[in-house]
Design a protein around this ligand. Sequence first.
Ligand code: SF4
Ligand code: SF4
Length: 149
Amino acid sequence: MSLRIKPFWETKKLAQMTSDEWESLCDGCGRCCLNKLEDVETGELHFTNIACRLLDSSSCRCQDYPHRKKLVPECLVLNPETVLSSNALPSSCAYRRLAEGKPLAKWHPLVCGDHKKIHHQDISVRGKTVSEEFIHIDQFQDHIVSWFN
Ligand code: SF4
Ligand code: SF4
């Protein structure tokens, strides 16, 4: 008989996780740090390749995570409530997947043990973005992408 100890993301609800467990769920894809455009008629959200000015385009990590809300007031700070209510997270996002009752993806670092896999498997936004500092708001529509939803 072979026994497997279930990891915390399979046994705990999001609201029961410690802060370390919560933070470890982020796969570092950077997708939530892209600007989105909302269709005013349908309410549908479209991702662009225009990244928040604080996103490091190489590591796909925030350059000032502790002060992000102060520096970027529109930054979405996740908690169990905002995960469920936000439509700004891609379907691949670990928080969204768990909130929807899905398992973590096979390429997730906690599952595969490799933090680089999200880059090699084209999950992260590395090398695909342009900073919002260089794009005029009138040009945002030209940057809508269909890599993911
Ligand atoms: S989309 Fe989700 S998993 Fe990816 S960086 Fe944002 S919070 Fe982390
Ligand atoms: S402030 Fe940081 S975490 Fe927030 S959207 Fe920008 S890069 Fe992402």
